[in-house]
Write a protein that binds this ligand. Structure first.
Ligand code: ADP
Length: 374
């Protein structure tokens, strides 16, 4: 059946009425198509118009025309104290924008809002009324990224300050001795200190660069055949000097029946290096053992130490970005809290499963299962 044709207006007034209705419909669909919440209020702070996005962002099922804005939008500030939206509106002589306030949703989640308040003249000519239009947007994610970035900058600059200052002091000292006494042993001692700190800075920059590439998803993902036997032997060879320097034994227990592992060598290497350097760093006495064994269609690695161990409550957090245990044994060592975070990212990329068992004061075992990738 053909669509019913709209009734043709007969009088001028009807024609005008129909035009106004059409105009209103156009306006409504425009406001409703907006991704941001829009709420218009009159001089008495009562709602005269709103769109669907406003219901979403304010987490309400409905707004009745005439509802007061302070009943619809219960704002709080950064410290959680209530903020009177009416006051903000009253003070808005021209457009006012804020990103400082939050609201609490019914599921108790806290959402940060962008709010723009514009004083407007609603309607035409003298008959029009004064009012305000509020544009509201959920900026929780942006805010948390900003906070993360600020934290990142503050942690990194703090972590850079000490090694840079120590390096500068040690090199300055070496120059001073060279000029004054020329005592070669003392010069060497100072340069060794500077070298250790420069090495630490290099490790940190490498961690940061791997993390940034992993987060941007631009790390190369070349799956290759890894000879785990050779690979583990090389790791042991590389780390034996630093273990011996601390009087630790570094053992390897490699399953002779190991098959070739198909995975991304760069990731496997980075992860195991993180495990081993941590095991050496956080162990004062005893040993570090690396175990590699065949497990179904993949290889299981374990790095165990007899070190300071990790409390139950910290175990769930060691893989978080910047997490470092508050324990004074941990704080006695340099660290950024990035290594295990990078490990977790890389493990995801290699489809590997990480695990941790630890007891405070006894030691830790960090493990990872790499499946063969295709
Ligand atoms: P970093 O060592 O630079 O602090 P990581 O991300 O590598 O950062 O480790 C995060 C935290 O996990 C460490 O600060 C430490 O508290 C804890 N941790 C990691 N490995 C060990 C370990 N083998 N023994 C004890 N604590 C560890």
């Amino acid at each position: 059946m053909a669509d019913k044709k709209a009734k043709k207006p007969s009088t001028k007034a009807e024609k005008l009425e129909q035009q106004l209705q059409l105009e209103h419909q156009r306006f409504e669909s425009l406001v409703n198509s907006m991704a941001d919440g829009v709420v218009a209020i009159d001089e008495k702070y009562c709602v005269t118009l709103y769109n669907g996005a406003a219901l979403n962002v304010l987490d309400v099922n409905a707004i009745q025309k005439g509802d007061r804005i302070d009943d619809v939008m219960r704002l709080s500030n950064e410290s959680g104290d209530p903020v009177d939206i009416k006051r903000l509106i009253m003070d808005a002589k021209t457009q006012f924008i804020t990103r400082d306030y939050k609201i609490k949703y019914t599921d108790d989640s806290i959402v940060s809002l962008y709010i723009s308040i514009s004083p407007v003249h609603l309607g035409y000519g003298k008959k029009g009324e004064k009012g305000f239009v509020l544009i509201i947007r959920d900026i929780t994610r942006e805010k948390s990224l900003e906070e993360e970035r600020d934290e990142f900058i503050s942690v990194i600059s703090h972590e850079l300050r000490t090694p840079v200052a120590v390096t500068e002091g040690a090199v300055g000292n070496a120059l001073f001795i060279a000029e004054k006494t020329g005592d070669i042993d003392k010069i060497k001692e100072s340069l060794e200190t500077a070298h250790r700190q420069a090495k630490y800075l290099e490790d940190m920059i490498n961690d940061l660069s791997t993390l940034s590439r992993a987060e941007r998803g631009v790390l190369e993902r070349n799956v290759e055949d890894i000879n785990v036997h050779e690979f583990t032997e090389t790791l042991v060879h590389t780390y034996t000097p630093s273990a011996e320097e601390k009087g630790l034994k570094l053992h390897a227990d490699i399953d002779p029946g190991l098959e070739l592992l198909k995975s991304v060598k760069l990731y496997v290497q980075e992860i195991l290096q993180n495990y081993i350097t941590n095991a050496i760093k956080y162990t004062e006495e005893g040993s570090v053992t690396i175990i590699a064994k065949q497990r179904g269609d993949g290889v299981m690695f374990e790095v165990s130490d007899t070190g300071i161990g990790i409390s139950k409550s910290d175990q769930g957090r060691v893989f978080d970005k910047f997490f470092r245990s508050e324990d004074f044994h941990t704080r006695a060592q340099n660290g950024t809290g990035l290594g295990l975070h990078v490990t977790r990212k890389l493990a995801q990329l290699a489809e590997a499963k990480i695990d941790l068992e630890s007891e405070l004061g006894k030691g830790s075992t960090f493990s990872i299962f790499f499946p063969n990738l295709v």
